[in-house]
Ligand binder design. Structure first.
Ligand code: FES
Length: 308
């Protein structure tokens, strides 16, 4: 992919537009999707797509300049217009479903996956409210674009003006039929998760592992994994991930973050009860138990049968 556009849209955020160098159409990307950027030093970093999902000619990402960050150091320090980059096809762990009304909660650069969702909501004529938490209005990416969109409004919470979001009040006043999509700093997402009622539909995009409640049961036990396609059975000892145990047995599974946040190693579960420890699946998806992330999740049953 070639860098077709490289703009500074706030003092600390660069917008990168990528296109196929031969002008070929790109794989579709639904709102909430992200791509992995393969950095020249071999590291891989995930970025949410923030462009128009209907645009099959370009992918857009917005990258915050994070001190010491490898991806942001590359994008802000080395990347040039016309450079060629390797990316993975879009992957979506942050699914956007149809509804009549939406609540969006963004913190800073966490607006990126929400922007295509808000555009989709606008196109469908749905009502929406965005609570946008930023350090200052000048540091809020896409603020003018968002304010220009119909059917909804932006409540800006600028820390430099003392406008903090009252998360508890917001969650308490949000009806259960309004899905809530949230992305931003860990502290904001933890506050939203803590204030959510059990009957509310709240979805997050975690780019660092989601904090798990303390576990009293199902510590790192040993269990068997049956690989349905090859028919082999692999014992996963305590302290070893399913991914590593399968790799040692010659079964290679695609992986990227190995922290349970990117979704690359998501695998279909045919039998058995997973012990989910990832930050990708929603509570409903966890309860359904149809897939699991092999890099971090384990088993509650003594045996899992996986579609590998
Ligand atoms: Fe990223 Fe497993 S490798 S979720």
């Amino acid at each position: 992919m070639r860098v077709h556009r490289l703009d500074r849209i706030t003092p600390q955020v660069r917008l990168v537009e990528l296109r196929d160098p031969d002008g070929r159409g790109l794989p579709p990307a639904e709102p909430g999707a992200h791509i992995d950027l393969h950095l020249p030093d071999g590291a891989v970093r995930s970025y949410s797509l923030c462009g128009d999902p209907a645009d099959r000619q370009a992918y857009r990402i917005a990258v915050l300049n994070v001190p010491g960050g490898r991806g942001s150091g590359f994008v802000h320090g080395e990347l040039a217009l016309g450079a060629d980059l390797t990316i993975s096809p879009p992957r979506n762990n942050f699914h956007f479903d149809d509804a009549a009304r939406y609540l969006f909660v963004a913190g800073g650069i966490g607006i990126t996956p929400l922007l295509p969702m808000i555009r989709r909501a606008v196109n469908k004529g749905a009502d929406w409210v965005l609570h946008y938490c930023v350090r200052s209005a000048a540091a809020a990416p896409f603020l003018d674009d968002l304010r220009a969109l119909p059917h909804g409004h932006v409540d800006l919470h600028a820390a430099d003006e003392g406008q903090r979001l009252a998360v508890d009040e917001l969650m308490a006043s949000t009806p259960v039929d309004v899905p809530i999509y949230c992305c931003g700093p860990q502290r904001l997402m933890e506050a939203v998760a803590a204030a959510a009622r059990p009957d509310q539909d709240v979805r997050f995009e975690w780019f660092t592992p989601r904090p798990e409640p303390a576990r009293q049961d199902f510590a790192d036990n040993s269990f068997d994994v049956v690989c349905a396609r090859s028919g082999i059975t692999v014992t996963v000892p305590a302290g070893t991930s399913i991914l590593d145990a399968l790799y040692a047995a010659g079964v290679e599974i695609d992986s990227s973050c190995e922290q349970g946040v990117c979704g690359t190693c998501e695998t279909t579960v045919l039998e058995g009860e997973p012990d989910h420890r990832d930050s990708v699946l929603s509570d409903a998806e966890r309860a359904a138990g149809k897939t699991m992330m092999l890099c971090v999740s384990r088993a509650r049953s003594t045996r899992l049968v996986l579609d590998v």
